[in-house]
Design a protein. Sequence first.
Length: 577
Amino acid sequence: MELTVGFIEPYLRLNNPKRREGYKEYNDAYEQHEWHFDGTYPEKLIERKRPSEDEEIKQYRRVSFQPMTKPTATKVLTSLQKIRKSPDWNITKGKEVSLIATGEDIYKYIYYNYPVFGSVERWAFNAFLRNYLMDAGAICVTVPINFAKADNEYLQPYAQIINSEYVIDFKKDQYFIWFGDENYYFRESKNDVKGFVAYALTKTHYYRYKQTTSDGKFSVEILYQHNLNALTCFEIGSVVKDIDGENIFYETRVSGMIPALNEAISLYSDIQAEVVQHIHSTMYTYQSQDCTVCRGVGQVPNEEGAAISCPVCLGKGSFPFNPYDHVVIRPQNIGDAAPPTPPVGYIQKDTEIIKILDERYKQQLYDGLSAINMEFLAERPLNQSGTAKQVDAEELNNFVYSVGEDLVHAISMTTFHSALWRYNELNITNDDFMAMLPIVNIPTHFDIVSDAVMLDEISRMSTSKVDPTLIKAANIAYARKKFSSSPEVGEQVISRMELDPLSGMGEDQILMGKQDGYISDTDLVIHYNVNQFTDRAIEENKNWIDLTKKDKKVILLKYANEFLANKPKLDNAVMVN
């Protein structure tokens, strides 16, 4: 399909241009996400909330604005970047194809020589993930950055994310048209006029359109005739919001938190105004002396004789008061009311409204995180101080898994499109082409929650006296997270917990079990000596790490029997190391 100037003209006209379905809705949603992820001033939101405010107050809101919801949005982003630290995040190299020169295979290019980011993985978790969370209407397009290459070189495709405001139209498997974000000028009447540049991609061509006149005329240029028989771009999408015929409309995976964050940022703007009005002290004074310049009138004549505001008292008619100077009170005239004592004071202000707004503001931040099951990221639980943060592990896992699945899809599509551009002319069979593509495993186990949250969970489990097996599993998961940067230490700690037959049981449970006879002496000895026994086993068995759990337990059981053979029979007393 060729996109001529005649075809493209309705999209590029200056008045009432043609746009894709859902263009306005995507842009509005993207703008709201920007308020929180980029920290831009939410002018439309504030205008809707306070339409009748004076321009002076509006200006104050603008200049005093601080992006207080940005840290919350950033926490979500940085937490999701941990997906690639999942224990089952894995990339499998594809089949080698002899037609491709050594060192130019797709795996080497994508994971070691990818433009700008070095690897498609870094691109996905930095550039893509951020835009994915902000803009469901964005399009990810892959085109080469080196069309002017030598004959013995390969094209270097690179994925660019075109946000909703630049997307002109997109038809799946047909074409994609977008505005270029660049400074372009054309010459008209001996002047340089800033104009528009647009690009288009079809299954066979890559175009550029440049504005040539101020009344909206454009010229077309074919940048490359690729003949890939494929449209190398895809919708970022996320959650399907609506389907209208062939059109599918999306919203982001974090769209549920936007209403609460909008309310929070609006409340914070109100808090700033309330602080100015209610926190800062306002002094009042009994003014007993008229301004000596205007003599209490508040106005003085200018050179032309017209009355103007007094420059000394600023039209107040009274002598200017300096709160840092001493107060002078002139003697009371006959018939005048006596001045108050003291003649100055401070207006008492109600600060309770600020506390209410602050609580509501923090609650909205919490509710926003709750919408995506990440309330554990809040500064503190807002319902009851001192109560451990709750984590719905299953719902959180479902949310993170969905994001991980979308990230894997983006990496796979980008890899596929890059391979099309690089090896299209090599006549690789379809089977070999698909077999050479690297495969990224969709992880199912995630390391998202913080150490503090995991400790809170273990503490609650212990207090509630849940099954010791569950407590043991929670302790093992915590150890894996705590020692993720030192896996050898982590595995050693985990090994000790796995070999302790009474791991997860409290002292009361152990004592009762010994009294009732369902805990053996050997189990009790291993439990209280597991660290010493494990250290000894590591010294005596050079291949300790490679042994199976069963073999390790046999060794520790041997040590326990030796211990019992040299000690009197254990009673119900608790042993200590």
